[in-house]
Design a protein around this ligand. Structure first.
Ligand SMILES: CCCCC/C=C\C/C=C\C/C=C\C/C=C\CCCC(=O)SCCNC(=O)CCNC(=O)[C@H](O)C(C)(C)COP(=O)(O)OP(=O)(O)OC[C@H]1O[C@@H](n2cnc3c(N)ncnc32)[C@H](O)[C@@H]1OP(=O)(O)O
Length: 167
């Protein structure tokens, strides 16, 4: 990677002792500071607090093409993963994906509005079981994901080099 690229991809927020949220500003899925990211914006629904849901509306172009005219399968997985990760904050946990399954039911079209929906299913200790779908605006399900997220405790965060400013 050239030094120019290194500069471009180094977030300003890495200076000093930023919070975990600040360090997430370059997240490929939702980080506003990532120039090549998907910039997904989610709304969360906690009407049923033990089963929070998250929704994003999106439309992709050829930057994320796989088969001609359709979204790349890796991006489909990314979308589902990102949607499920948005359930962790409403559950008041920091967590990462440990296991994910994807059903590619129909090709996901480019240049068409899509709806990305996730819902928390259940919890078993530090394991969080989430589900997500990519749908057309008419409600047809194009892809479905299921994942196990693991709640991060301080020891795991410290191992990965993450401490909070007040630690
Ligand atoms: C890892 C820390 C990274 C630092 C994160 C810092 C801050 C977080 C900030 C923001 C929020 C986070 C993410 C936002 C970004 C992206 C959004 C999309 C989400 C992602 O993109 S996030 C990236 C991809 N993600 C990873 O990079 C994880 C790599 N991974 C690990 O770092 C370790 O894996 C870890 C630490 C998670 C656990 O490690 P470990 O050693 O403590 O535990 P182990 O892995 O052995 O198992 C755990 C339990 O999963 C069970 N299990 C396994 N497979 C199963 C299956 N199929 N069904 C049911 N249960 C299953 C086992 O049975 C066991 O269950 P039990 O606990 O009951 O024994």
């Amino acid at each position: 990677m050239s030094s120019q690229d290194t500069v471009r991809h180094t977030p300003l927020s890495m200076d000093g002792n930023p919070t975990i949220d600040e360090r997430a500003s370059h997240c490929f899925g939702c980080g506003p500071a990532n120039p090549q990211g998907l910039h997904l914006v989610f709304s969360t629904d906690t009407t049923v607090p033990e089963h929070p849901a998250a929704t994003a509306h999106l439309q992709l172009d050829r930057l994320h093409e796989g088969p001609p005219g359709y979204v790349h399968g890796g991006i489909v997985a990314t979308l589902l993963d990102e949607a499920m990760s948005k359930l962790n904050r409403p559950l008041d946990v920091l967590a990462v994906t440990r296991h994910m399954e994807v059903d590619y039911l129909r090709p996901v079209p480019l240049f068409q509005p899509l709806v990305l929906i996730s819902r928390h299913s259940h919890r078993d200790g530090r394991k969080l079981f989430h589900q997500a779908e990519i749908q057309t605006t008419g409600g047809a399900v194009l892809a479905r994901g299921k994942a196990v997220f693991i709640r991060l405790d301080k020891a795991i965060l410290a191992r990965a080099g993450f401490t909070q400013p007040d630690d």
